[in-house]
Write a protein that binds this ligand. Structure first.
Ligand code: PLP
Length: 403
């Protein structure tokens, strides 16, 4: 019997978990499954900007060898300039590591830091890779609440009350997956003040920082202080719809003076995986310096914004469902009336819907939400498809009672 490592005991990623497997099974049997489960824009017709693709093709011959382990100089210069435009101070080329998507860098940032039992404050709900990466690295993910009644902003008092002598850092996901919340400066200032008081690192996942609706402005957490160590994460997967290219970055900024050893650890791990996918690195400078077509998609007349509105309006018209309107990213995290439908296991609800209507969602507990009363919807499909799919959900709920 060959057993998996016990380090995987507390490592979960439900977005591609057992219910996803069941959906793939149904697809293999010939059923059409509507996938509202994963934030992968390109298959829904959200193409990456042409100039990025062109740049990769043009540079393919130059992309055969390894690069510097932190990434191409020109790409990191472009990221450095982007940090400057977002008021993150004093970022140097050497403070930037390019990775195979933000995913790789989340893992790297935790592996380089944590000793057995060290704690990281992670939001609930969260993008579950954060919790998984902490646990896989021997740490303990401690969840602080994001408050649905306060537009899903972090409950800073709850966050601070969970700090112990083992706490090393705070994760912020802004704009948030799965809630779509975008945090205002006053909330970010409060979180930064907590980090400063307790000498904690702030890990700010800002991968959706250009996907903003109704004139919402995004503020980089690291722009609020130079007295806290910040790791800011960004990439091409969402803003530039190029998830398959696998290009992301992490930027270390702020109080570097006390973090020499941790930075050595980050650099060592970056070196050990040699470098990230080189063709995709060539796309970064063109993406950041080129035409920002995402801005058109999020205008009130843009495809993403229209889908958000249609999906939100339809969802909240279903009896038993309420939802906070998202201001960023492309997810909704509705609440379902568990009493009305006798829901005691959200995973079962999502599975029942899949089997009955061939609609694939992800249950709220998959995002480390403790109650059984939420699910996540991805609104990347067209309005016609979203409409049809949510009609199926409404029909399913008409007489649903969980066994
Ligand atoms: N962070 C958040 C909040 C995400 O939602 C995702 C992907 O869905 C990632 C990171 C991973 O992105 P990447 O494609 O850069 O690995």
């Amino acid at each position: 019997m060959i057993k998996k490592s016990s380090r995987l005991d507390n490592v979960f990623y439900e977005i591609r978990g057992p219910i996803f497997e069941k959906a793939m099974d149904l697809e293999r049997q010939g059923f059409k499954i509507t996938r509202l489960n994963i934030g992968n824009p390109a298959p829904f017709g959200f193409d990456a900007p042409d100039e990025i693709v062109h740049d990769i093709i043009m540079n393919l011959r130059n992309a055969q060898g390894y690069t510097d382990s932190k990434g191409l100089f020109a790409a990191r210069k472009a990221i450095m300039h982007y940090c400057q435009s977002k008021a993150i101070q004093n970022v140097q080329v050497d403070d930037i590591i390019i990775g195979n998507g933000v995913s790789e860098l989340i893992l790297l940032s935790m592996q380089a830091l944590l000793n057995e039992g060290d704690e990281i404050l992670v939001p609930a709900p969260d993008y579950p890779l954060w919790t998984a990466a902490v646990n896989l690295s021997g740490g303990k993910a401690v969840h602080y609440l994001c408050d649905e009644a306060a537009d899903w902003y972090p409950d800073v008092a709850d966050m601070e009350s969970k700090i112990t002598s083992r706490t090393k850092g705070i994760v912020l996901i802004n704009p948030n997956n799965p809630t779509g919340a975008v945090y205002p400066p006053e909330v970010l200032r409060q979180v930064v003040a907590v980090a400063e008081r307790h000498n904690l690192i702030v890990f700010s996942d800002e991968i959706y920082d250009k996907i903003l609706y109704e004139g919402t402005v995004h503020h980089a957490t690291a722009s609020f202080s130079t007295d806290v160590l910040f790791l800011t994460f960004g990439g091409l997967s969402k803003n530039y719809r190029a998830a398959g290219f696998r290009a992301g970055w992490l930027v270390v900024s702020g109080k570097l003076s006390t973090a020499k050893s941790y930075i050595e650890g980050l650099n060592a791990l970056a070196s050990m995986r040699l470098c990230s996918n080189v063709p995709a690195q060539f796309a970064i400078q063109t993406a950041l310096g080129g035409y920002q077509s995402i801005n058109d998609l999020v205008l009130p007349t843009g495809r993403l914004a229209k889908q958000r509105d249609a999906c939100y309006n339809k969802l909240v018209s279903i009896p038993g469902i309420t939802c906070v309107k998202p201001m960023g990213a492309f997810y909704l995290f509705p609440k379902i009336d568990v009493q009305k439908f006798n829901i005691h296991r959200d995973e079962q609800f999502v599975l029942d819907l899949l089997i009955d209507q061939h609609v694939l969602l992800v249950q709220g507990t998959g995002f480390n939400w403790a109650q059984q009363d939420h699910f996540r919807v991805v609104y990347l499909p067209t309005i016609v498809e979203l409409d049809e799919t949510l009609d199926k959900l409404a029909l399913f709920l008409q007489d649903y009672q969980q066994q």
